[in-house]
Design a protein around this ligand. Structure first.
Ligand SMILES: [Cu+2]
Length: 493
């Protein structure tokens, strides 16, 4: 099959059954509509603009973001009501900050209802985290400020209102949040040229052109149309021999296995929390909702390559893998190298210089079942865990459910303990997949910010599950701080 045909392929099951044309009817079993072949001509990939910033009198970098409704045109001649940040009708500008910056993020809500803005993956004080305890009322402006002190990473921002996250993100409230530090100069880093953000979302459209927000399955809202940075069937003109792709899964429920052509080697250089200690050659990277990966793809003059999502195994049973979109294979982006390319330097053999987390702290156990954690549903007034700042602990997640889940820990630096991966090679994570009937153990370090009254969140990042209450609250405390036992005066959303 030609990678240039831009045909979308069904997963193995339907393809084997002879269902060649993608059909939403055929795919409806288990709530997966499949990926539609729109027959769309490829169009240039939209690149989210960088968010402008100013310096205030104190030298702080100030970024203003306005969340507001807009109208987008994804399908020719079809107007879709959407939400966006920073004047974009859908999605948001890329916020870019550097380690050591004192930053101020000022978010104004021009929506009809309350929202919040969470800095996913950022090490921030709990009051600046943007979770459900920092609501922004319609017309109000909320300010978050902190000193950036974490390694270079591809983070993102999105709403986190109590019970409403899926709807807010689905309508278009998400953007990238890039942290820079002294990145090895040899990694491609010209934003939008050889350092390219790819925000993966999937949507289905109702007959009136609006997003379909009704047809959820057990995993959440699964779309039949893939948008990369809001573009359907995108291509990218490439002018260098290597391109770095920063891939974010900003979807509600769909997981992707990002690959090039048919599993050609690609170079993984970073995960959620930053660069790997050393590059890894892989044939694909699975991203569940909220996860990121940075990959470097080599290209040759004039030879097109196709970034695709391939079917993969989420370890799920009874067709649940299908409900998370993992049976689908489809194109994401066509790379169109020019006839003459600028030669990029080789990928450095050493990337992150971070000291790996040390084992030895206490273990906390979290059992996932029925969209609950340890049998409990989210309660905004209850403190579930109190964690000492800067301790390294082992957090053990056991999925006793038939559904895939993933666990996002706010404010945390995480390294998953994999038997085959030596300590010095572990990736930095903040969101980890926990397939059914498995236990995932991760080293977790929170802090240095402490607050004995305002909690951070631990939750499933499949947005339907999060909204259903698959979330706990934890406080991070310093020596001598007395943790609150309940939270009064919160906004129930
Ligand atoms: Cu879940």
């Amino acid at each position: 099959m030609s990678p240039l045909s831009r045909r979308r392929f069904l997963g193995a099951t339907l393809a084997a059954a002879g269902a060649v044309a993608v059909s939403s009817v055929a795919g409806c079993a288990n709530g997966n509509p499949g990926i539609r072949d729109l027959g769309a001509s490829p169009r240039p990939l939209a690149i989210p603009p960088l968010a402008p910033s100013t310096r205030d009198a104190a030298g702080r970098r100030v970024v203003e973001l306005v969340a507001a409704p807009g109208t987008s045109s994804f399908l020719p001649g079809v107007a879709t009501p959407t939400w966006g940040y920073g004047g974009l009708p859908f999605g948001g500008p890329t916020v870019r900050v550097a380690r050591g910056d004192d930053v101020v993020l000022r978010v104004t809500n021009r929506l009809a209802g309350t929202t919040t803005t969470h800095w996913h993956g950022a090490s921030v004080p709990a009051r600046a985290d943007g979770g459900p305890h920092q609501p922004i009322a319609p017309g109000a402006t909320w300010e978050a400020s902190w000193r950036v002190d974490q390694p270079a990473a591809t983070l993102w921002y999105h709403p986190h209102p109590h019970g409403q996250t899926e709807r807010h993100v689905l309508r278009g409230l998400f953007g990238l949040f890039l942290v820079d530090d002294d990145i090895p100069a040899a990694l491609p880093s010209d934003y939008g040229v050889d350092d390219v953000p790819l925000v993966l979302t999937d949507r289905s459209f109702a007959p009136d052109g609006s997003f379909d927000e009704q047809h959820r399955n057990s995993v959440g809202l699964l779309g039949d149309t893939v948008l990369v940075n809001g573009t359907i069937a995108p291509y990218l003109d490439v002018t260098t021999t290597r391109v770095r792709l920063r891939v974010l899964n900003a979807s509600s429920a769909r997981s992707y296995r990002v690959a090039v052509d048919d599993e050609a080697p690609l170079t993984l250089v970073g995960t959620d929390g930053g660069l790997l200690p050393a590059p890894r050659t892989v044939t694909g990277v699975v991203l569940t909702p909220g996860e990121r990966a940075e990959v470097v793809v080599d290209v040759a003059p004039g030879r097109r390559r196709v970034l695709r999502s391939l079917s993969h195994d989420l370890g799920a049973v009874n067709g649940v893998t299908r409900a998370a979109g993992a049976d689908d294979s489809f194109d994401l982006l066509e790379l169109r190298p020019a006839a003459r390319l600028t030669t990029s330097p080789p990928v450095p053999a050493r990337l992150s210089r971070e000291t790996p987390l040390a084992e030895g702290g206490r273990t906390r156990r979290f059992v996932l079942s029925n969209n609950r954690i340890n049998g409990r549903a989210m309660d905004m007034s209850r403190i579930d865990e109190v964690v000492p700042a800067a301790a390294t602990e082992i957090w053990e997640f056991t999925n006793r459910h038939t559904l895939p889940h993933n666990m996002h820990v706010h404010d945390a630096r995480m390294q998953v303990l994999e038997p085959d991966v030596p300590a010095g090679e572990r990736a930095w994570k903040d969101t980890v997949a926990v397939p059914p009937s498995t236990t995932v153990r991760a080293l977790v370090r929170v802090g240095p910010h402490t607050d004995p009254e305002v909690p951070y969140m631990l939750h499933c990042h499949l947005l339907r599950h999060e909204d259903d209450g698959m979330m706990l609250q934890f406080l991070v405390v310093g020596a001598g701080q007395r943790a609150a036992t309940t939270i009064a005066g919160h906004d129930h959303g």
